[in-house]
Design a binder for this molecule. Sequence first.
Ligand SMILES: Nc1nc2c(ncn2[C@@H]2O[C@H](COP(=O)(O)OP(=O)(O)O)[C@@H](O)[C@H]2O)c(=O)[nH]1
Ligand SMILES: [Mg+2]
Length: 355
Amino acid sequence: MEIGLIGLPNSGKTTIFNALTGRAAEVTAYADAASKPNVAVVDVIDERITRLSEMYKPQKTIYATVQFVDFAGLARDSAGKASFPDASIGMMRNVDTLALVVRNFTNVLEETPTPVSDIEQMETELLISDLIICEKRLEKIELSHKRGQKTPASQLEENILQKILDCLNDGRHIAELELGRDEQKMMSGFQFLTAKPLLIVLNSSEDMFGKNQELLKEIGEKHAAIEFAGTFEMELSSLDDDERQLFMEDMGIKKSARDRLKGSAYKISSSISYFTVGTDEVRAWNIQEGQSAVEAAGVIHSDLARGFIRAECFSYDDLIECGSEKGVHDKGRFRLEGKDYIVKDGDILAIRFSV
Ligand SMILES: Nc1nc2c(ncn2[C@@H]2O[C@H](COP(=O)(O)OP(=O)(O)O)[C@@H](O)[C@H]2O)c(=O)[nH]1
Ligand SMILES: [Mg+2]
């Protein structure tokens, strides 16, 4: 999964990137919009994988990974209007989930935070950038229709884009539209920003952290939201484990920034994990909730989907309860599942296939 950190300049994106990744990318009160994005891939430490690894003692243990991208901020044009640099937009379109970092601390200019209007401003930016793409494409299609080049596919595309245009003009995100599977497929190539799951990261000052329930509730009416104490959590990532634990308890922080963001991002993007186990490798795979066994197989390799015969399956919870694979068999918890089986979070699968 790829999570993109977006937000106004100096909202604390790089600070939070550092908190998430334990890196030390440069934090600055004067964002250089032309600078390159920071990118880091981190393991998603899933204790189920840790436990499976202890049981199977494999040569390799592979956790799922999350890639965090910290984009360069908005750039201002000669008239002082802020917008995303084209290069950033291109990269933003490639991520799975957007995490919008919102300043909730007094900045170096002594400006009090305005989180709600900052969110609105950023949302407008996202909507406009999708509108532009949508309108451009519609113009092209209409032109080709005028030239008599109308096909069922182009007609369908025009209908969907018109629906999307109306939605955006209404100020609503594309994610709110109910689209059929075909429509979604056709739309996915555009990588619309407002079609992506969006998570608000309220970046609060140390002294206000944990005291923003009203504000979080207000934001929560429209968006999924979590609260970070950016600077504090960035400093945490440079401590050793014991010290870190102490400071976290002091602040009332239950889980690391990385675990909290990952948990929320998985939830809003409906991501789940299934596992493959063996003495060679124990590994976590990410899929979308609702995906079938054959789709899950395809995440490992397209051959496994193409030649899919069946999935041998049991759940992680059953394995722990029964103590061993043999126990799972003895208690009748071992299952054979077909192509259309909907994979659940924590399923352990072995795909049988032939190509
Ligand atoms: N008090 C406080 N300052 C912060 C926090 N997060 C970031 N800052 C400060 O805000 C400024 C901009 O931070 P940076 O992470 O570079 O923002 P970016 O432009 O969004 O990447 C720096 O001076 C940070 O020290 C926070 O949680 N609390
Ligand atoms: Mg930055």
